[in-house]
Ligand binder design. Structure first.
Ligand SMILES: [Zn+2]
Length: 437
């Protein structure tokens, strides 16, 4: 751990932030940073780390893909520890400015969108200083940006949320029983960042309001205490989040939400806020036709760049807190598919009028699905509703449990069924699910 460097004016910066904390009751339109939408789009295409193309990749894949960019003299790579299984945790630092900003990603191993975006941003930050870029120069001179991508490489190896001992690192801030949580805490204590970004992927089935669209990005300035008050630290975070929203509304209009802000004493974001780091949580959800989250990767590049520049210029202070407060809150979670109006045909029984819902094992790639619920599902919101009024569902044997000569449809069973015109299994086929014959 040797991230300490001289940070001359940090206390002054913190003081300045502390003084900027009063929300202004104003209804004027929020200023929109013009630096970052087009520049972010350009970075996401021109500086895209081409070796990372899908959202599941390993620690080895990632650091190999980053290697060319990390040779840059503009970047400093520091070893900050190791995961439970011994994979190296590294911080990448850009800039020498007085305000320290800390970003970490993928503390949940199957949440890699921001890890991809950080790779692209690092590639841009590492461009030769001869390639002048006003935004990059500004960030480098005013900020010290410390990035810790893929905090949970063991989880990433299995594409699972938890670490290699099955612990959710983001519920370990009090005990610090995991190696990864200890590294995160020690980096924070070492650099004492003024701003922080906790980068995640949320449930891809989360819907927003109005219109029940899937949420692309959810933002949160987490609470620092159970009262949910906005002290100076959290106030600065919500103004930065407001800026991120202002810019991203032009990339993914109507697909931005606010994450649940109940104080969670076991979570790192809330703890960072209470430790005096203005912290923003960015959760990537899902966008249409984006199964590998490559559009969301670009959205993250734009959002993070906007936030960094707004902190570098101090312009986030001109944001309207209502731009953040007026975000629609994450609503309920949808199911992937519901089949309504049909009757279920089970061996030796009269057909039963039921709806069936199922979820794909991977909400974005689809493929194999499993039965989630059977019965009256009129109020269930599905991403895909199949109206099968008057038709008959014929499940394959693999979907059934049989005991004492009675069979029933098993919840959680892999979906393999046909929709037919009648209860007769040889009647006309209307639709097939899961390759059943
Ligand atoms: Zn997460």
């Amino acid at each position: 751990m040797s991230l300490h460097r001289s940070r001359p004016a940090l206390p002054l910066v913190l003081l300045a932030l502390a003084c900027s904390g009063t929300p202004r009751a104003t209804s004027r339109p929020a200023p929109v940073a013009d630096c970052c939408l087009e520049l972010g789009r350009r970075i996401a295409s021109d500086n895209r780390v081409a070796a990372i193309t899908v959202r599941r990749f390993t620690h080895t894949d990632y650091w190999a893909a980053m290697e060319p960019a990390l040779k840059s003299s503009s970047l400093r790579v520091t070893s900050v520890g190791a995961s439970t299984q011994g994979r190296a945790l590294r911080a990448i630092t850009f800039g020498n400015g007085p305000t320290t900003v800390f970003l970490w990603s993928q503390m949940h191993g199957d949440e890699s969108t921001a890890t991809m975006a950080l790779a692209d941003l690092v590639a841009w930050m590492g461009l030769s200083p001869n390639q002048r870029d006003a935004v990059r120069d500004r960030i480098a001179s005013r900020l010290t940006v410390v990035m810790l991508p893929m905090l949970n490489p063991d989880g990433a190896e299995l594409f699972q949320r938890e670490n290699a001992v099955g612990v959710d690192i983001n519920r370990d801030v009090r005990r610090l029983s995991t190696a990864e949580a200890r590294v995160l805490k020690s980096v924070r204590d070492s650099i004492r960042p003024a701003f922080g970004f906790n980068l995640h992927d949320q449930n891809a089935r989360t819907l927003g309001r109005p219109g029940n669209q899937r949420v692309g990005i959810a933002l949160l300035a987490p609470a620092a205490e159970a009262t949910n008050a906005f002290g100076p630290t959290r106030e600065a975070a919500r103004l930065v989040a407001a800026r991120v929203r202002s810019v991203l509304e032009r990339e993914i209009p109507g697909r931005i939400a606010r994450y649940d802000d109940a104080f969670n004493v076991r979570a790192f974001g809330d703890a960072f806020q209470s430790w005096g780091t203005s912290l923003v949580l960015i959760e990537s959800g899902a966008l249409p036709d984006d199964p590998e989250k490559q559009h969301l990767r670009r959205v993250n590049v734009i959002g993070i760049l906007s936030a960094l520049d707004a902190i570098a210029t101090g312009d986030f202070r001109n944001e309207d807190p209502n731009v953040y407060m007026s975000l629609p809150v994450n609503d309920r979670s949808a199911v992937d598919v519901v089949v309504t109006g049909a009757s279920l045909v089970l061996p030796g029984q009269a057909p039963v009028r039921v709806d069936i819902s199922f979820n794909y094992d991977d909400a974005l790639r689809k493929g194999r699905a499993r039965v989630r619920e059977i019965g009256d599902l009129d109020d269930v919101v599905a991403l895909d509703t199949i109206v099968a009024t008057g038709l008959f569902i014929h499940p394959a044997a693999a979907m059934l449990t049989t005991q004492r000569d009675a069979s029933w449809l098993r919840l959680g069973s892999p979906v393999q069924m046909t929709l037919r015109k009648s209860a007769d299994p040889s009647s006309e086929l209307v639709r097939e699910f899961g390759g059943n014959r």
